[in-house]
Design a protein around this ligand. Structure first.
Ligand code: PGA
Length: 259
């Protein structure tokens, strides 16, 4: 599928069940008009996908993803969701390696690689999340962490599949903390990510892979982040739960702002 930049992802995490999801869609659809020059994707809890889809049936521009999958296709894996199940429910995107999966649930780089492989294998777009912890940044290891997470995370994909993926740089110290990376710090890591991608798929293909930023993105810092060099979009947690805040974010960079 063609993913247009800027990309705006709303990661609801463990919030907004079906009832709240419907309410959200009804308000958001009023506030955010369809715009051809951007991609808007929601990552609700898997349980809310059907209700979201139904509530947004008149809005094919509001795309859906899930927050995580297990790499097996089906079977006795209590509590897990697979890529084919996500696809059947209407998801086109899947997050892999989100910092909460890595640091709360213990997903290793190799687990993330298997998940990315399973997502791409189903024809869905993997959004590979990478990012360093605060002490890793303070020790000067941010680049090495991002390189390792990207190289292992993408290791099960061939060049063509890598070219269809999305990379999300989310410094862990900026997630849910109200602390955002300065746009020049984000740009520096995004440049590194682009270089790593160039090494994997060549310059031309690497240029078209969206590299998005996440970590306390809000209406008041979106313009600054979006205009930063090499930042092709954002992944938003907290501020995506509020239709007004997220509509404001999704209207950024269009010149006309919110509709
Ligand atoms: P936040 O979350 O916007 O609440 O910091 C971002 C994310 O985890 O994707």
């Amino acid at each position: 599928m063609i993913v247009r930049a800027p990309f705006f992802g709303g990661n609801w995490k463990m919030n907004h069940g079906p009832t709240e999801a419907r309410r959200f869609v009804e308000s958001f659809a009023e506030l955010h008009r369809t715009a051809e020059d951007r991609t808007v994707v929601f990552f609700p809890p898997a349980l809310s996908l059907a209700e979201f889809r139904e509530a947004a049936s008149g809005r094919p521009d509001l795309l859906l993803g899930v927050q995580d999958i297990y790499w097996e296709k089906q079977g006795a894996f209590t509590g897990a969701v697979s890529a084919p199940l996500a696809k059947d429910a209407g998801a086109q995107f899947v997050l892999a390696g989100h910092s909460e999966r890595r640091h709360v649930f213990g997903d290793s780089d190799e687990d993330v690689a298997r998940k990315v492989g399973a997502i791409a294998g189903e024809g869905l777009v993997p959004v590979l999340c990478v990012g360093e912890l605060l002490d890793e940044r303070e020790r000067g290891e941010a680049d090495a962490v991002v390189r390792r997470q990207m190289e292992i995370g993408l290791s099960e994909l061939d060049r063509e599949a890598i070219a269809s993926a999305i990379v999300a740089y989310e410094p862990v110290w900026a997630i849910g903390t109200g602390r955002t990376a300065r746009s020049e710090d984000a740009s520096a890591v995004h440049r590194l990510a682009r270089e790593i991608l160039s090494g994997l798929v060549g310059n031309a293909a690497a240029r078209s892979i969206p590299i998005i930023y996440g970590g306390s993105v809000k209406p008041n810092n979106i313009e600054d982040l979006l205009s930063a060099e090499e930042v092709d979009g954002v992944l938003v947690g907290g501020a995506s739960l509020d239709p007004e805040a997220f509509a404001q974010i999704c209207g950024a960079g269009s010149g006309s702002g919110q509709h």
